[in-house]
Design a protein around this ligand. Structure first.
Ligand SMILES: [Zn+2]
Length: 113
């Protein structure tokens, strides 16, 4: 389950930020999740609850935002929207799109005190 390693990565980011900025508590965490990142938000939420327990972000409110998937179609020579990793091009139907966006998860905002 890669959600656990993602959750641990989130905790590291938060702890680094807490060290750098000197906040003691995180009230809200906003995460951006790519449409093609294959992240189950329910599983991630569960893992974050476990991983953040006892940290500055224990009990923080979690908010998930979606980042649309994008791929490059060589036939159309343009970027097209992708909803699944092996989807064909929605314009010309070609397979083998080069995935360009929406594959990552990142912490986009922290509300701290
Ligand atoms: Zn195309």
């Amino acid at each position: 389950m890669h959600e656990m390693s993602l959750a641990e990565h989130v905790r590291e980011i938060i702890e680094d930020a807490a060290d750098a900025q000197g906040f003691r508590r995180v009230r809200r965490i906003v995460l951006e999740i790519g449409e093609l990142a294959a992240v189950e938000t329910e599983a991630l939420q569960f893992c974050l609850d476990v991983v953040l327990e006892g940290s500055v972000a224990a009990g923080a409110q979690l908010e998930f935002g979606a980042v649309p998937g994008e791929g490059w179609c060589a036939a159309c020579a343009r970027t097209v929207p992708m909803h699944e990793r092996y989807d064909p091009c929605p314009r010309c139907g070609a397979y083998g799109l080069d995935v360009r966006g929406g594959t990552r998860m990142r912490v986009s905002a922290l509300e701290v005190e």
